[in-house]
Design a protein around this ligand. Structure first.
Ligand SMILES: O=P(O)(O)OC[C@H]1O[C@](O)(COP(=O)(O)O)[C@@H](O)[C@@H]1O
Ligand SMILES: [Mg+2]
Ligand SMILES: [Mg+2]
Length: 336
């Protein structure tokens, strides 16, 4: 007998009903995010035919040149979510400050954060890119919403996930009870559950880092990678493979599927910044997914999910993936 297909909607309803794992408002919010990802996926698929490739000739708050698709994806997410009644405000890598839901719309109790388009340098070359999102609860006790409400440690997230626009469009989600994966069925127009309880193997022979920055790394990262490169003749006694897609979403997806370690560490190019990646839009949601799949995520010294953000666009050094490897590189950072 053919296996019954479970849609994202049904999966979320079942989690809400049977297990009481997600409140109704959160379920509806996640469905809206998934719908927005579906429209972004359509835009990505059109490519040149939809006029969505190329630069927008503007800069974001990080000083990075925005691509047209960075802006389109940001707008799609805002427009889809602002009137749903589930949110108080949103924050995005592509916006200087928070976007408070206008008071003409019903107000909700959640805060949505996103990297609307991750892997921007891959948009124009037809390599997988994605959207990363994180959901927090607005702190109680005061009316309205302010930027400080977003400054919560990653451990406080109530949902996190990403949608990857690759050979398949795949949505990966956690609400704190394991990691599930849904594949977009374009004929049906819905996300269908294709994997549950994803687990990252604790050991791996694959690392992911931008090797061109090698000379700028700190000693513990140099040591870890040197030992991997030494292969069977080195202290690790095994050969390692390397992958670097330059879309965090795609590198992390591979790690969730078959293990590995991903690192974007602090380096000497910008010594005053803690790292390149953004804590609240990239590191926190990915770290929670990885932990929920049995992996580990640190900044080299501390668990990422315990970091208290000081500002919305805070950056962070990231090491995540297979537990034993992340433990090892984190141990190398310990002062002797
Ligand atoms: O170009 P680099 O230095 O290798 O950096 C690649 C990293 O930058 C990012 O593209 C940053 O994300 P954005 O595209 O959202 O700015 C990560 O996805 C990726 O891991
Ligand atoms: Mg990104
Ligand atoms: Mg981005």
């Amino acid at each position: 007998m053919a296996q019954q297909k479970i849609s994202l909607t049904r999966y979320l309803v079942e989690q809400q009903r049977a297990d009481g794992l997600i409140p109704g408002q959160l379920r509806l919010l996640l469905e809206v995010v998934a719908r927005a990802c579906k429209s972004i996926s359509m835009a990505v698929n059109k490519g040149d035919l939809g006029g969505v490739l190329g630069s927008a000739e503007s800069e974001n708050v990080q000083g990075e040149v925005q691509k047209k698709l960075d802006i389109i994806a940001n707008e799609v997410l805002i427009e889809a979510n602002e009137w749903g009644g589930h949110l108080a405000a949103m924050a995005s890598e592509e916006m200087d400050s928070i976007y408070v839901v206008p008071n003409r719309y019903p107000q909700g109790e959640y805060l949505l954060l996103f990297d609307p388009l991750d892997g921007s340098s891959n948009i124009d070359v037809n390599v997988s890119i994605g959207t990363i999102f994180s959901v927090l609860k607005k702190p109680e006790g005061h009316p309205g919403v302010q930027e400080a409400d977003f400054l919560q440690a990653g451990a406080k997230q109530v949902a996190a996930g990403y949608c990857i626009y690759g050979p398949q469009t795949t949505l990966v989600l956690t609400v704190g009870h394991g990691v599930a994966m849904f594949t977009l069925d374009r004929e049906q127009g819905s996300f269908v559950l294709t994997k549950e309880d994803i687990q990252i193997p604790p050991d791996t022979k694959e690392f992911s880092i931008n090797m061109s920055n090698q000379r700028h790394w700190d000693e513990p990262v140099k040591r870890y990678i040197d030992e991997c490169l030494a292969g069977t003749e080195g202290p690790r006694g095994k050969d390692f493979n390397m992958r670097w897609i330059a879309s965090m979403v795609t590198d992390v997806h591979r790690i969730l599927m078959r293990g590995g370690i991903f690192m974007y560490p602090w380096d000497k190019r910008e010594p005053n910044k803690p790292g390149k990646l953004r804590l609240m839009y990239e590191a926190n949601p990915m770290s929670w997914l990885v932990e929920q799949a049995g992996g580990m995520a640190t900044n080299g010294r501390e668990r990422i999910l315990d970091l208290q953000p000081g500002k919305l666009h805070e950056r962070v050094s990231v090491m995540l993936g297979s537990k034993n490897e992340v433990e090892r590189v984190t141990r190398y950072h310990d002062p002797l």
